[in-house]
Design a protein around this ligand. Structure first.
Ligand code: 13P
Length: 251
């Protein structure tokens, strides 16, 4: 049985004062909420602040990226052991914005996934097709390549610690959510690839999140789909009230 997971990706938003205001408004939001895990991924500099603010609550904190070396002369980078030392649990890997603007490829995504797992972090591995790829009918093959290369070389045990996020690029920040049917179709495809790579049991236990214009008014219908195990939420995670409604999806 897969437990639902709702994760917020704050991207490059919020000043310190905004972070504190959010934490004050949101810390009590998940009290008594069962059957779902909640994670917020702020910019690196706020990780510890947010982790402290949510201490004693069920809210977990995650990073938005990780470098694959443990340490060294890599100015500006943050490693998995560093994140682990802050008590961080999750890390987003291979977000389409990293792929689009910062040169991430399936190969570097794979290195980050392996580094995260080595430090006992849970990677949330993002995959998704562009509009051009969808319109050309290449969605499933693009996803296939991203999943297989992103998870290349993982042992069964390591694969059991991975979360996948399906984020169609055309749905990110556009207000154009994938229909629940599209999400279900691609999620089932992803689960099939994982079954092929690591077996049915791991596939059945792998959480697959949907991301791309998730809002309070579409979360319920997305979560109603059997292979949609949660959401990776951008814009709507920035405001406590809307993220609370998403966390409290019905179903
Ligand atoms: P939006 O929810 O703003 O579309 O962003 C989705 C996303 O990229 C989450 O990682």
């Amino acid at each position: 049985m897969r437990r639902a997971l709702i994760a917020g990706n704050w991207k490059m938003y919020k000043t310190l004062a905004d972070v504190d205001a959010f934490a004050a408004a949101f810390a009590g939001a998940v009290e008594g909420v069962t059957g779902r895990a909640v994670v917020i991924c702020p910019p690196f500099i706020y990780l510890e602040r947010l982790a402290q603010a949510f201490k004693g609550t069920a809210i977990k904190v995650g990073a938005q990226n990780v470098y694959w070396e443990d340490q060294g002369a890599f100015t500006g980078e943050v490693s998995a052991p560093m994140l682990k030392s802050l008590g961080i649990t999750f890390v987003i890997v291979g977000h389409s914005e990293r792929r689009q603007y910062f040169g991430d490829t399936d190969t570097t995504v794979n290195k980050r996934v392996l580094a995260a797992l080595k430090s006992a972090l849970i990677p949330i591995v993002c995959v998704g097709e562009t509009l051009e790829q969808r319109e050309a009918g290449h969605t499933m093959s693009v996803i296939d390549t991203q999943v297989r290369l992103g998870l290349k070389g993982l042992s069964q045990e390591q694969a059991a610690g991975v979360i996948i996020a399906y984020e169609p690029v055309w749905a990110i920040g556009t207000g154009r959510t994938a229909t629940p049917e599209i999400a279900q179709e691609v999620h089932a495809h992803i689960r099939g690839i994982i079954a092929d790579l690591f077996g049915e049991s791991i596939a059945n236990n792998t959480p697959i999140l949907y991301g791309g214009s998730v809002k309070p008014d579409n979360i319920d219908e997305l979560m109603a789909k059997p292979d949609v195990d949660g959401a990776l939420v951008g814009g709507a995670s920035l405001e406590a009230a809307s993220f609370e409604r998403i966390v409290k999806f019905k179903g």
